[in-house]
Ligand binder design. Sequence first.
Ligand SMILES: [Mn+2]
Length: 372
Amino acid sequence: MITFIHSSDLHLGKAFGRYPEDVQARLRQARADVLPRLAALAHEHGASHILLAGDTFDQTTPAPSVIRQALNMMRAADHVTWVLMPGNHDHANATELWRQVAQDAPDNVSVLLDPMPFALSDASMLLPAPPAERHPGRDLTDWFDTADTSDALRIGLAHGSVTTFDTSEDGASSVIAPDRAKRAGLSYLALGDWHGQLQIGPETWYSGAPEADGFKHAKTPAALLVKIAGKTAPPIVTSLPTGTIHWQRAQLDMTSQDDCVALHSGVLPTLNSRALTLFDLSVTGSLGPLVRVTLEQAIAKTAPDFLWHKADLFQLAMVHSTDDLDTIDHQGALRATAETLAAEAADERLSPEVRATAQAALSHLFSFALET
Ligand SMILES: [Mn+2]
């Protein structure tokens, strides 16, 4: 009866301000590229509509190029109808944003700024619940229960968190009734706000964001293909992977007995995927200084493979012996310095910062000693 793609939280134009500029640009590009990818999936699977359940834009005032280029990409995908509803980042009272969208939108884009039934097809009606502010604080899907749609199949579209558990992406209070689909006789309820894909009930889903925007959600980002055969048929929902950028956290817990280079290799993603991976490594445990330097060198060697790379060795303690210090020198000024640093690094009366600084300086000494 109807086949559509459900996505949300594209956050077009998101700044990613805590990353270097080249990484920011790549992450923004990946989000923009989601639109043609969704269009291709719609074409491949015979979907007539793409429903975007809010937060298409990251801000209430995106750059004009962000809006225009998104609409141009939707225009190019004219085999499908795009249905845009505001979210909390791009709520319906962002008048300048939605004025510009209305002015430039092609015929195959429908923008739903009001809670009114919208005909998707002859036999299916969409009930939207567009937020008019960042945190509406009430359940905007209430009106679905009594909406008059004659004998059409009913599909809901909403943005926000459900009350069964805390699914709010940015800490807002939870408001959407988890059993709204049942109460309002919906064949499907398409939700946005939560950036991971999540099923809430037999016919209620969060699609999640089609590209990840952080390390929080571990699953591969995906859109949902929804097929509904008739008013009484359950929806057939298929997850279609859409993410291209990988956000990967890894943790290594080391002891001096471990082959630290092999353990490090073991947590690395495949070489081919690293250019599209943000890799956040943290190392804990304790190592002798020579092994530590070997590990640091192995880490430094792989770092340039990645789109973005961070290695946190702050929690990695140093264990050392006199033999280790012999690598630096058997006597003289360097040896004396090394002994002082080793003592400071191990001195629990000192602050963690002072100990870490001593440890880092000692690592440098070992690095120089191993190089010469
Ligand atoms: Mn969002």
